[in-house]
Design a protein around this ligand. Structure first.
Ligand code: CS2
Length: 498
């Protein structure tokens, strides 16, 4: 089979092999600017938008993808080479692959190369929505002060260099300022990150920044910009060289960066779009008045579940999430964690079938074709744990619920942060706070409580005697007996109690 390079001019040849956009991509306006064109965006929002374009030729809602960081050079260059096209490969439960070329990213910009272009694009009157996947850590929220982190040197840079910003806050402020000055309408800013009340988070953080940078803009933003909350979901592992090679072998498509994902997808959005929106509900998204219960359920079960599997699995020496979930001790522990510590904190989830959700989750985690990397799941844990696990702990402490299982995971994370698994192999830890984690983990190896002094993660949790005691007990237990033995003991004690 002849190998065909993925780009616009080869689309008709490629259409003989896989599904390609059936719409004229030159004819689409960019109504959405999306910041952070990683795998997740391309498996989720860009797909929903592509489906819409395929279905009804809704020409106002193409996406302009913005690569914000120097680190994003590779994805920007790839999209440029391929005219914004990429292959989405869904790894089905039966082991087959469903492939489709996605065309909804019709424009792409690299912020470090030309910040003005990005600001102008965000301020363009065609653009009605700015969406974000900037990662949990990208919101610049300080867990201790519960406020915007003005100590971040990049924020200081943006305050001093408004025309050539580096952070999302500098870009949004400048673009909104232009909109106001030019008498244009505002827009919607929609977070697509895994954060409880992510719309409120971006709104509060942005307003804190604007109060400092452009105080006159605050009221205009309050009146003219909306910030819907949303719950996003689709497991999207990192693309591997094997994925690239398999696509070439099976379909003869030369795509430098295809995206692989699971079949499941969900998007629940608060219907709060000040300048209109695509009819994403026609292609499976749900619009609701209150997203909070959906977010709570997803963050504290799926994302926390991932962290539990990832951290425990990494210490034992597993590389993928399905390996971890196939270990009976780990999956029983996860089951207990979900039922004993998370479920009682979820309150009334009217209309949601929690038992079915948990059952489906375990099936999704166990999908042997996905091979989601434990390294991906454990990356940036210092930003994920405060969002995925600690809210559950805090609620349980208030209501006298159990925190022992969560404390066990935190203790395992402290030991994981020493950088070796129980087989003595080196763990690759990717975390913006890696240096600090390293220091605290090493002090903790002699005085375990020191790890809880990571204030940006734990806030004042170190002052809870109940949590601290459970954590210390777990830390010593894991150090002396290893993860598996501890899990066996916890599982048999807890199961006999429920
Ligand atoms: C994962 C998420 O990053 C993580 O730790 O839990 O990327 C997860 O796969 C997605 O949120 C699924 O929707």
């Amino acid at each position: 089979m002849e190998n065909i390079k993925l780009n616009n001019s080869n689309l008709s040849k490629i259409s003989e092999r896989v599904l390609v956009p059936n719409y004229d991509r030159n004819d689409i306006k960019t109504g959405i600017v999306h910041v952070g064109i990683g795998g997740f965006h391309r498996a989720h929002q860009a797909l929903y938008t592509d489906l819409l374009l395929q279905n009804n030729n809704n020409k106002d809602w193409g996406i302009c993808g913005v690569a914000l960081l120097d680190f994003d050079t590779k994805i920007y260059n790839t999209l440029k080479e391929q005219d914004g096209l990429y292959t989405l490969i869904v790894k089905e439960l039966d082991g087959t692959h469903t492939k489709q070329v996605i065309g909804s990213i019709v424009d792409y910009l690299f912020a470090p190369e030309d910040p003005t272009k990005v600001i102008e694009k965000m301020a363009h009157s065609d653009v009605k929505i700015i969406t974000l996947t900037i990662t949990e850590g990208g919101y610049n929220y300080n867990e201790v002060t519960k406020d915007f982190n003005f100590e971040n040197p990049l924020i200081e840079h943006d305050l001093n260099n408004p025309q050539s910003p580096k952070t999302i806050y500098g870009y949004l402020t400048q673009a909104l300022k232009l909109r106001k000055e030019r008498g244009l309408k505002g827009c919607t800013i929609q977070s697509c990150d895994n954060i409880q009340e992510n719309g409120h988070m971006i709104k509060n953080m942005l307003l804190s920044y604007v109060k400092q940078a452009q105080p006159n803009l605050v009221n205009w933003i309050k009146k003219n910009v909306s910030f819907p909350n949303a719950m996003v979901d689709r497991i999207t592992p990192s693309t591997t060289q094997d994925d690239i090679d398999n696509l070439k072998k099976s379909s003869g498509i030369n795509d430098a960066w295809p995206v692989v994902c699971e079949p499941f997808k969900q998007w629940v959005i608060e219907d709060n779009f000040i300048q209109g929106r695509p009819a994403w509900e026609n292609v499976g998204a749900q619009f609701v008045t209150d997203v909070v219960p959906y977010e709570k359920m997803k963050l504290s079960l799926l994302n926390a579940g991932h962290s539990v599997l990832g951290i425990l699995g990494a210490l034992i020496g597993y590389k993928t999430i399905d390996q971890a979930v196939n270990n009976k001790n780990i999956s029983t522990f996860l089951h207990l964690y979900m039922n004993v510590e998370v479920t009682p904190t979820l309150g009334n989830l009217e209309g949601l079938d929690l038992d079915l959700y948990k059952k489906t989750l375990l099936e999704r985690f166990g999908n042997p074709n996905i091979k989601d990397q434990i390294e991906r799941i454990c990356s940036e844990s210092s930003s994920k744990i405060p969002i995925f696990i600690l809210p559950t702990v805090k609620t349980n402490l208030k209501s006298n619920g159990s925190v022992n299982l969560a404390a066990f995971v935190i203790a395992a994370w402290a030991i994981y942060s020493l950088g070796k698994n129980e087989k003595g192999e080196t763990l690759i830890i990717k975390d913006a706070n890696k240096l600090l984690l390293d220091v605290k983990a090493n002090i903790a190896s002699k005085k375990p409580a020191a790890f809880l002094e990571l204030d940006t993660v734990f806030g004042n949790l170190k002052n809870s005697d109940i949590f601290k005691e459970a954590y210390l007990k777990a830390y010593n237990n894991i150090t002396n007996n290893g993860v598996e033995k501890c899990l066996e003991e916890i599982n048999s004690n807890s199961l006999s109690h429920i």
